[in-house]
Design a protein around this ligand. Structure first.
Ligand code: SAM
Length: 236
């Protein structure tokens, strides 16, 4: 099934990250299969897995976050949907990494990298959780090449969120060192950025700047747990 942003919104996926989730789904190098096990690492309020399930039904979906408040909201959101889909949410402390070793065919991480102060450890963990031939898709719009990053960092600090500055190449290096074949592309964003008179200006300065910087700077990493690619520049 193809779902565009408008239709996804009508189905209850009303969230500022909707265009990014759809962008990840449209960038998969191989589509999700019925028998696949999926992890949403840093799932936040958990809306991504139900959206993915509507597009590509899978065998099992797990969302993990180290914020218990978010996990409670994710569980409530799923229950409110009144569906019997194979999706569960866990706080990081509830689940041991060993229990999930080599459990997943695909791992998604939408804007989680800059939350982590130990990049090597994050890369190792993702490698450990993926099955052989598994694939990771991680977005990264918050990085030092983004012109609003410093301002955004300060805003987050004011809101009590501590962030870490990693460059795109530092991430590529850490995940390569962990054993991955690493790819990078711009995240395709297909839909309207909606204007809010206060929030748009506060976050990006102007609507034009928001569209310009997001389409330019929001990156999508591919982390493949397979043999190194023989030819650089493409995984196809
Ligand atoms: C910017 S939010 C994005 C949430 C969600 N992925 C989305 O697309 O809306 C980042 C979330 O990732 C979580 N997070 C970051 N690193 C994590 C990790 N290593 N393990 C579990 N949760 C993590 C944070 O607690 C936070 O809720």
């Amino acid at each position: 099934m193809t779902v565009n942003a408008f239709e996804a919104g009508n189905r209850g996926y009303k969230h500022k990250n909707l265009l990014f989730w759809l962008g990840m789904v449209s960038s998969l190098v191989t589509s999700i299969k019925r028998e696949d096990r999926i992890l949403d690492l840093g799932c936040g309020y958990g809306l991504f897995l139900p959206l993915l399930y509507e597009i590509y039904p899978f065998h099992r979906g797990v969302g993990i976050d180290f914020d218990i408040e978010s996990i409670n909201i994710a569980r409530r959101n799923l229950a409110d949907r009144g569906v019997n889909w194979p999706i569960e949410y866990f706080h990081s402390d509830e689940i041991q990494n060993q229990m999930l070793t080599e459990s997943f065919d695909v791992i998604f991480g939408q804007e989680i990298i800059w939350w982590n102060n130990d990049l090597d450890q994050l890369a190792k963990k993702v490698f450990q959780l993926l099955k052989q031939n598994g694939k990771g898709y991680f977005t990264m719009g918050s990085h030092p090449e983004h012109p609003h990053w410093e301002k955004r960092r300060q805003q987050m600090l004011t809101n009590g969120i501590k962030s870490y500055t990693w460059s795109i190449d530092e991430v590529a290096e850490a995940f390569t060192k962990a054993g991955f074949s690493v790819g990078l592309r711009r995240l395709p964003i297909d839909g309207f950025f909606m204007y809010h008179p206060k929030a748009t200006i506060e976050s990006a300065g102007s609507l034009y700047s928001l569209v310009q910087t997001t389409t330019e700077c929001k990156m999508l990493f591919y982390f493949g747990k397979h043999e190194p690619v023989r030819q650089t520049h493409t995984i196809r």
